[in-house]
Design a binder for this molecule. Sequence first.
Ligand code: SF4
Ligand code: SF4
Length: 88
Amino acid sequence: MIKVQPGIPIARPTIGSAGLTGTWRVLRPVIHYDRCTRCRLCFFYCVENSIDLEKNLYPSIDYNYCKGCGVCAQVCPTAAIEMIKEVK
Ligand code: SF4
Ligand code: SF4
């Protein structure tokens, strides 16, 4: 195990207010699980790391951090992700 020395800055992913999506998202991705093949491409390509994989490897989207960029929908080979208008 690596011993961290005091005073050395390190980056550590954590849950916090940084990166939280506010009320400004315009589009939201919705997964149609009947079309999902669990290929995980959306998970690997999400630019905000806001897609989790459940134990069965089906993806789920954390809307607290998703920015609605649509990359996941673009890379999905089965068109299982639909971008819909955000409802406020
Ligand atoms: S890219 Fe599409 S098919 Fe692949 S895991 Fe994501 S939603 Fe499912
Ligand atoms: S819309 Fe963008 S930020 Fe949201 S889950 Fe898809 S790739 Fe990630």
